[in-house]
Design a protein around this ligand. Structure first.
Ligand SMILES: *[C@@H]1O[C@H](CO)[C@@H](O)[C@H](O)[C@H]1NC(C)=O
Ligand SMILES: *[C@@H]1O[C@H](CO)[C@@H](O)[C@H](O)[C@H]1NC(C)=O
Ligand SMILES: *[C@@H]1O[C@H](CO)[C@@H](O)[C@H](O)[C@H]1NC(C)=O
Length: 428
């Protein structure tokens, strides 16, 4: 990895730097399908690249792993083409026009290339430069950024292309892979503080969607603490004081260089911005999960994802959906356990039934109302492919298309009907 963090470039761009901050209410989108490619979101492009779509993604060329294994000679070039076309300045301009203030960027561990064991692991190379360009576009546009470790070494959940390797062999929850994830964390934390391209990054998310059954995630609680320690240790080293750490036996601030002689652009700007670290909330898991709130040193935020379309949330009809979302109490349940602020890092308009336009206006309003009881929301996804093969996919999965079709209001803080939930509320 050769990030361009030369001091000259750094100082030259300092006047343009916006410090990443947590917006008072998050109106966000995911930049999914980009640095972690999920074939279902862009089926025609994936097939044109030589990939395959099948119902069990482990049985065909259905992930970055299997693609890179199948096409070792062209994978880097094909992915470079994808990275430079899937998410562009035009998209950023559209997101600004749509009032979006936050972007969550799903990332794979393989972006930090020395972590990849090339003898046994197959991932494209070169993505880090596109990440730098992407966060710069967002930062220049005033959009705040969350780096999301979305695809973990060893894969954190089975049979999912969003882990980079669609496989039943889940090996993340081992010392070797926890260690690799911590190195990744240190690199991303350093980049965020040192590279002005990352100026609007304000948070780093440890693990996207670990297995829900905590019995199957041994060591995850310890990893949560080590994740926080890693972020704060890097920050201390860069001269950013971490409240609470200095008293607990770590190097005292006097032993750290705290002037602009050290290459932390945020500190040179007089900003002592701590990263906000972010975990999936405790209620993501069951079977006596560890509470990420117990790991906190400094600012922390919590993530919950809610999709109705995969089943298990509400009966498959419009009334049941509205009754469920209008009485959602996840924000309160998390807060009672210390997991606050909570914002919903993934949701969308998909349904298990063919939704009418009329329903989608209500469905968008009701979800936004529910998630805004917390710190806000981040839609999945900023866009999906529009092609014959993709069919109607963008109608319910694309934020930009949802605004165009009118389901999502042009100003994300607004509603078609702010009282949409009234008929569906049970007792308060
Ligand atoms: C990735 O997937 C392949 C094919 O299913 C499997 O053999 C391999 O063990 C997986 N690697 C990891 C780290 O899960
Ligand atoms: C939705 O509509 C499509 C096309 O009109 C149809 O093929 C499909 O069976 C419908 N799905 C449901 C769940 O009703
Ligand atoms: C796609 O959406 C249109 C407009 O809502 C609808 O008429 C059509 O039936 C949908 N097609 C499928 C396959 O669901």
């Amino acid at each position: 990895m050769r990030a361009s963090i030369g001091l000259v470039g750094l100082l030259a761009s300092v006047q343009h730097v916006l410090a990443g901050t947590l917006p008072s209410k998050i109106y966000g989108v995911n930049i999914g399908g980009w640095l972690v490619l999920e074939p279902w979101m862009l089926p025609a492009e994936w097939e044109a690249m030589g990939g395959q779509i099948c119902s069990d993604c482990s049985q065909c060329i259905g992930s970055e792993w299997s693609y890179t294994k199948a096409y070792p000679n062209i994978a880097n070039a094909e992915f470079a083409k994808h990275w430079s076309t899937w998410f562009t300045q035009d998209d950023v301009n559209q997101l600004v026009a749509d009032g979006i203030n936050t972007a969550r960027i799903p990332l794979g561990f393989w972006l930090v290339e020395p972590l990849v064991n090339r003898a046994t692991e197959f991932y494209p190379e070169g993505g880090i430069v596109y990440l730098q360009q992407g966060v710069k576009m967002l930062s220049d546009a005033g959009i705040q950024v969350i780096l999301d470790h979305h695809a973990l070494p060893g894969v954190q959940t089975g049979d999912a292309s969003f882990t980079g390797n669609c496989t039943e062999y889940v090996e993340f929850y081992t010392d070797y892979n926890y260690q690799r994830a911590l190195v990744w964390t240190a690199v991303m934390t350093s980049l965020s503080h040192l590279d002005p391209n990352f100026a609007s990054v304000f948070a780093i998310e440890a693990v996207n969607e670990p297995i829900m059954d905590a019995d199957q995630t041994p060591g995850y609680g310890t990893f949560q603490k080590e994740f926080v320690d890693t972020v704060r240790a890097v920050e201390l080293t860069l001269g950013i004081p971490v409240p609470g750490l200095l008293a607990s036996g770590l190097p005292s601030r006097n032993t750290l260089v705290t002037t602009c002689a050290i290459p932390s652009f945020r500190r040179c700007l007089g900003l002592t911005v701590l990263y906000l670290v972010r975990f999936m909330d405790i209620n993501w898991q069951y079977n006596n999960p560890s509470n990420p709130a117990d790991a906190a040193i400094g600012p922390q935020g919590y993530d919950n994802h809610l999709y109705y379309s995969f089943g298990g949330v509400a009966a498959a009809n419009p009334t049941a959906y509205m009754e469920s979302i209008c009485n959602l109490n996840r924000v309160q349940a998390d807060a009672a356990l210390g997991d606050t602020p909570l914002w919903f890092g993934e949701w969308g308009l998909p349904t298990q039934f063919n939704a009418t336009d009329e329903f989608l206006y209500m469905w968008a309003d009701a979800q936004k109302l529910a998630y805004s009881q917390g710190a806000g929301w981040i839609f999945w996804n900023f866009k999906v492919e529009q092609s014959e093969l993709a069919g109607n996919l963008s109608r319910q999965w694309s934020y930009i298309e949802g605004v165009k079709l009118g389901f999502l209001t042009q100003d994300p803080s607004q509603y078609h009907n702010a009282n949409v939930c009234e008929p569906y509320l049970t007792t308060s």
